[in-house]
Design a protein around this ligand. Sequence first.
Ligand SMILES: CC(=O)SCCNC(=O)CCNC(=O)[C@H](O)C(C)(C)COP(=O)(O)OP(=O)(O)OC[C@H]1O[C@@H](n2cnc3c(N)ncnc32)[C@H](O)[C@@H]1OP(=O)(O)O
Ligand SMILES: CC(C)C(=O)C(=O)O
Length: 514
Amino acid sequence: MKKEKLYIFDTTLRDGEQTPGVNLTVDEKVQIAKQLERLGVDVIEAGFAISSPADFEAIKRIAKEVRNSTVCSLARAREEDIRTAWEALKEGNRVRIHTFIATSDIHLKYKLKISREEALERAVWAVKFAREIMGEKAEVEFSAEDAGRTDLKYLYEVIEAVIEAGADVVNIPDTVGYAVPDEWYEKILSIRENVKNVDRAIISVHCHNDLGLATANSLMAVMAGARQVECTINGLGERAGNAALEEVVMAVKVRSDHFPVYTDIDTKQIYKTSQLVSRLTGVLISKTKPIVGDNAFAHESGIHQHGVLACPETYEIMKPEDIGLKESKIVLGKHSGRHAFRKKLEEMGVELSEEQFEEAFRKFKELASRKKEIYDVDIELLIEGLEGAGEKTYELLYNQAVSGEGVIPSATVKIGTPEGEKLGIAVGNGPVDATYRAIRNALGLGEDIQLKDFKIRALTAGTDAQAEVYVTIESNGFRVSGRGVDPDIVRASALAFLEALNRLEKRKNKKKGI
Ligand SMILES: CC(=O)SCCNC(=O)CCNC(=O)[C@H](O)C(C)(C)COP(=O)(O)OP(=O)(O)OC[C@H]1O[C@@H](n2cnc3c(N)ncnc32)[C@H](O)[C@@H]1OP(=O)(O)O
Ligand SMILES: CC(C)C(=O)C(=O)O
């Protein structure tokens, strides 16, 4: 099958920013735009230049700083909008003005209060005007807003006229997310079959997710010949959002046997981009979000875990590495089986007899039916229940940390060890970091002991709450965890670290047969 290129038009910084509650600063927009460029998107819609001085400034900076993606501004079919968009874009390397007007009867009658003829005239005028002021250097895209609910014959007329006027790209938006996949496919196909000179422009779609169909509709449009898809990272956008870039791109990649297109997206940048956008917009990603959700590569049930451990493809249609993740996750819970439990013990460096293993598994199942999340430290406690906790090698005798505005965070610790008391002093990025460094100094710990996970939570509400800290460390093939509880966050952190170190010693000694 000869593949054609599918252009990826990212509108995270325009439609994505229309997500209620989202407001990005100019610097944040530039940061996201640069990451979108690394991701390899073809077009970055950087904003709506006339809408605010901040949008104007962001588009201007992005146009100057991004060299490898086309930078675009939205503009209504109005002279001042198009002039302002061009003013913001003109120093860019590759730029595009995206002008639009609504074409559905409901929008024409109640919102714009103009006739179909007037809307068509304005559309043609806007495309010609954009072409005129930008010259051949730049591209013009036209969108027929609410195309999904526009009379089809009239839509053909509008598309034909804007292509004639010089539009390089004609976008067919399902503005209110009303379309369903088979109907949307037919609509795009019929546009391609009925509009004169349709091949002079790229046909694009922009699907909203009000019925949860944005990705499906975008992909059906691709099957019908659309060669640009407008989408956003994490599916952000007005109301229920837009088609998610990561879903469209990965569907095309994973089902390359099905789709007649390819994209130039570096999919290994997807996870990083998604995390950046989530952090800067403040919109959390649902755990079950396809591709980038926490659970997208996590397996909890025994039958799946067994399959994945034997061969990942049994339950994974793409590799975590494809989107820039290190590995998939095996999450222990009440649905897990022996294969996954054994694997976890192996990772922790725990060796048990078959009899002990069966007993540990039974206790694990019992615990998992009562507890929502099973932490590594829960497994540690369970194993200690079988083997006994043993002697503690290290004990926290004293700790002090200093931090505050204008102060370099520092910490002092005194630790009881079999060789006597050891003192450690260190500075760090904060009081917890300084304390961990002080413990390392006191015990002379080497680089081989690596902190793999650090979680903190308040056990109760209020400023007098007990802090609970979970720590996982790794050293020479051993992976151990510790838990510390104290009203003082720093002390709780130190206790968790020392508990993990005690377990590490115990595990190493057991291996040596001591
Ligand atoms: C489907 C979409 O997502 S379209 C993009 C939506 N995004 C946004 O609206 C975000 C940015 N918007 C804004 O900051 C403001 O709406 C502005 C600056 C653009 C305009 O603000 P205001 O001048 O106060 O107008 P307001 O937003 O209240 O109303 C929209 C005006 O644009 C007109 N309009 C709407 N779409 C178009 C269009 N495509 N072409 C020409 N005029 C249009 C409306 O008729 C109305 O005109 P009126 O003021 O003469 O009645
Ligand atoms: C401006 C257009 C493309 C739009 O955002 C929509 O119709 O949803």
